[in-house]
Design a protein around this ligand. Structure first.
Ligand code: AVJ
Length: 339
């Protein structure tokens, strides 16, 4: 069985169900020799078990991981430039966040809307009930006046219910889009566009191409938290699929390619070894130096952003970046003449 690139990088699929699907591991770790073009690979959707989510929270606080900090500062300090695009008139808003997590960053934006007396309902959607509980608690204590309707769901499959006549503002932050290759990204963006009405907008947080050393450090931090996050995938396979990966025999490797702007993460087998899987009753062989491709984290240039907007049927209406131009908040609009 070969491995289907279309389903490879989908960050928010129902990871628990997927990982228990017997066929999935066969597809991702083919045991027969495969051409170089189809390496062993695991979906980055599977990073976020309990331990993985904890490790990702530690990543977000690392000095090298500039993404979260920069995005949060943009949402906090540049609301005046964003709001005219999100709330151009008196129509009430549905703020639909795809993959909200615990809502920490978005609270800042909601506070700005609330202070300006914009009639808005925040509809965060996430696959993690735990994250939505934290979000509820956060809003109850810090912004109790905000209308809040959390939705447990997967943004590849679901969309929150909205009332007619309200402006929809969809949000996909954290450079989460970067986990998808261009094909996957355009498919998701087209799906979002199909749920919006003419004139509705999408707010995207996207990490930008910059000094390759800065990007590389964000995915290979000195403390080794990102390495632990990557290796945790193997621990999960051991637990959930009865495998016997020796975590000491795989090494985290992160590589940024300035040619295509893709940051890629791998787990490299440091020795020739065979790993078995009791759930599938079979073995997987690894040559020394053979890699499992575990994640793509795309970095964007402005022309790439414009191309994505065009391919997915949006108008690129506003792009704001921090002073170093390291990160962008982008507002796209579904054209009013509706193509
Ligand atoms: C949550 C997918 C945006 O790709 O930067 C962080 C995940 N992986 N460090 C990213 C991640 C390694 C992160 N996203």
């Amino acid at each position: 069985m070969t491995f289907d690139p279309a389903t490879r990088h989908q960050p928010c699929r129902d990871a628990d169900e997927a990982i228990r699907t017997r066929q999935s591991i066969r597809a991702f770790l083919p045991d027969k020799p495969v051409p170089r073009a189809t390496p062993k690979a695991l979906s980055s959707a599977w990073f976020y078990d309990e331990e993985g989510s904890r490790l990702f929270q530690r990543i977000m606080a690392l000095p090298e991981y500039y993404l979260t900090r920069t995005e949060h500062a943009l949402l906090r300090d540049r609301a005046d430039e964003l709001l005219p695009w999100l709330a151009p008139d008196d129509r009430p808003l549905d703020l639909i966040e795809l993959g909200s997590g615990d809502g920490e960053k978005t609270l800042t934006l909601c506070r700005a809307l609330h202070e300006r007396r914009v009639d808005a309902t925040y509809r965060p959607m996430d696959v993690s009930a735990h994250a939505l509980d934290e979000l509820r608690r956060r809003f109850a204590t810090q912004l109790p006046g905000m209308a809040l309707e959390p939705v447990l769901g997967d943004y590849f499959l679901h969309w929150p219910a909205t009332a007619p006549g309200r402006r929809q503002v969809a949000m996909l932050l954290g450079s989460n889009l970067g986990n998808l290759d261009e094909r996957g990204a355009v498919a998701l963006l087209q799906r979002i566009r199909a749920h919006l009405h003419d004139g509705d907008v999408l707010l995207l947080g996207l990490d930008l191409v910059k000094d390759p050393r800065v990007i590389h450090a964000a995915y290979d931090d000195a403390e080794g938290v990102t390495a632990a996050f990557n290796l945790n995938l193997l621990r999960r396979l051991n637990r959930e699929l009865g495998m016997n990966f020796d975590l000491g025999r795989f090494a985290h490797f992160a590589s940024f390619n300035p040619l295509d702007g893709a940051m890629r993460s791998f787990l490299v087998s440091t020795v020739a070894q065979t790993v078995s899987c009791t759930v599938l009753d079979r073995e997987f062989h690894f040559a020394r130096g053979e890699a499992i491709y575990t994640e793509q984290s795309q970095k964007y240039s402005v022309p790439m952003i414009e191309r994505l907007a065009q391919l997915s049927g949006f108008e690129n209406t506003q792009l704001i970046t921090d002073p170093d131009a390291g990160y962008a908040l982008v507002v796209w609009r579904r054209p009013v003449d509706g193509r």
